[in-house]
Design a protein around this ligand. Structure first.
Ligand code: SAM
Length: 473
């Protein structure tokens, strides 16, 4: 049944293979010889397969867990350095015809305020986002062929890219919309999107069908095969994720890694990013009514195991997580975080008032401003990055992976991070953040190995001080 190369969901995410994997993991969770071999393989930085990763996840020995954390930190440093890329979600419309039982946008929710942004409202949202300093967005929408057809999404993308307010610009639009056709993915590609993101929610087919009882999203195969269609449509940066809390986390990790292995086997390139959202309270959703919530310890362990299993895949943590949890998992391999997010439709230009009927998708735990997030990152010695260079330079899919594998990030991503941070400091930072940032840039310039690149970066930083913008390597 299990066939990594098959294009059928139930063959590349085979239930039997996941069950066999979990049994293998249970049988070996205290097999220290095998665990040492797995850790030794991970140390080479070439990743782990779903069976190996599942053994580590099942292992409860404190010493092994510590080794996993140490290794995750090392791999993160080797491949990503101390950069953290920043982005914000932009909710376009919460009209939705699906019946997802965990999401307040489900069709039967008559209580939530339904909103769809006009192009004029998008201008206001994007202007507000640019005024914070954002350069990279993830657009979000419910699934509704009448209210949010692909033409609407494409028009929104055009509008977003066209807005140039003061020194602001949105330079990369990632897209998180429902599974669609190859033809529509091609249109998204032509519109110049960055990553196409689609969370699987759960890899467990039976649960998936119960959790999505009605609407087009009910179709497990159509949803699970979406990334293959996206890649067929020419999108080679795709973002995976599961919504932790819906099903057993060990099942999900095995499924997630099998999905990544499948994309690599069939398309020659694995996922660009993996997101690890956890179920949150929302309008008519109470996470406590779901049985599979995971503790912060388990969450951290999952993040670390993802990092060592797919070293070249970015990992995203959203504002669903609190500052404390974000602090804990950042060193374990996170490469991108959202900041100052609003999950309501129109929430950046017009923040919702307490007494107002909400249009939000879920409660945000980390409610800090972008400047507070940037300041916080730098105080912990991370380098906040607003870089969008790779896809604008055509470094997508395997070309990005090559950069990562050859560890050229210090000569490319690192300078781009410094340049875009400098833009942020000049245009949007408060005085304290600016002073911390200037010192950080001075220090980090020294870490660029190639002399020529170092000199050019220093020159660009001066040029930015003198009013120029948008340099990139
Ligand atoms: N409608 C699209 C789809 O079906 O994929 C777009 C995605 S939706 C705007 C973004 C994601 O939010 C969903 O894929 C889901 O994982 C997540 N989500 C939904 N309800 C949530 C909740 N109560 N707490 C946390 N995340 C939630």
């Amino acid at each position: 049944m299990y066939n990594i190369n098959s294009l059928k969901a139930e063959e590349f995410i085979s239930h039997e293979e996941i069950e066999a994997t979990l049994a293998y993991a249970d049988a070996n969770k205290d097999n220290l010889t095998l665990i040492d071999e797995i850790l030794a393989k991970a140390r080479l930085g070439k990743g782990l397969n779903h069976r190996e990763a599942s053994v580590l996840l099942a292992c409860e020995q404190e010493d092994t867990i510590q080794q996993i954390y140490t290794l995750a930190e090392q791999i993160k440093k080797d491949y990503y350095g101390n950069r953290i890329v920043l982005f914000a979600p932009l909710y376009l419309s919460n009209y939705c015809v699906n019946g997802c039982v965990y999401c307040p946008y489900h069709l039967k929710n008559k209580h939530i305020a339904r909103k769809k942004l006009t192009q004029e409202e998008i201008k206001k949202e994007v202007t507000a986002l640019q005024d914070m300093g954002h350069k990279r967005l993830a657009i979000e929408a419910g699934e509704d062929p009448v209210n949010n057809p692909i033409e609407y999404i494409l028009e929104c993308i055009d509008t977003i890219y066209s807005i140039k307010h003061k020194n602001g610009a949105i330079r990369r639009v990632n897209v998180n919309i429902a599974a669609t056709t190859v033809e529509n993915y091609r249109k998204l590609k032509d519109a110049g999107i960055g990553t196409y993101i689609l969370f699987q929610e759960t890899y467990h087919k039976e649960s998936y069908e119960k959790l999505h009882p009605t609407g087009p999203k009910h179709d497990y195969a159509y949803h699970t095969e979406a990334m293959d269609r996206a890649m067929e449509g020419g999108i080679d940066d795709v973002g995976l994720g599961v919504l932790f809390g819906l099903e057993l986390y060990r099942y999900e990790l095995a499924g997630l890694l099998m999905h990544a292995e499948h994309l690599e086997a069939v398309h020659g390139v694995g996922p660009h990013t993996i997101s690890v959202p956890r179920l949150k309270k929302a309008d008519d959703i109470d996470p406590d009514t779901f049985d599979n919530g995971i503790s912060d310890d388990t969450f951290a362990k999952i993040c670390a195991i993802i990092r060592i299993s797919v070293p070249y895949t970015g990992m995203i943590i959203s504002t669903r997580e609190s500052q404390t949890v974000r602090e804990r998992v950042l060193p374990l391999g996170v490469s991108q975080i959202s900041g100052a997010s609003k999950t309501s439709v129109g929430g950046y230009a017009n923040p919702e008032q307490e007494e107002e009927i909400t249009s939000a998708q879920f409660d945000v735990s980390d409610q800090r401003t972008l400047d507070e997030v940037v300041n916080w990152l730098m105080k912990m010695d991370y380098l906040p990055s607003f870089c969008t260079a790779c896809y604008r330079e055509g470094r997508t899919g395997d070309r990005f992976m090559e950069l990562c594998k050859s560890k050229q990030i210090l000569n490319c991503c690192h300078p781009n991070a410094l340049i875009t941070l400098k833009e942020y400091l000049e245009d949007y930072a408060c005085e304290e953040t600016k002073q911390i940032g200037i010192k950080l840039i001075e220090r980090e310039l020294e870490n660029i190995p190639k002399e020529k690149v170092r000199e050019l970066t220093a020159q660009h930083i001066k040029d930015i001080e003198n009013g120029q913008r948008d340099f990139r390597f």
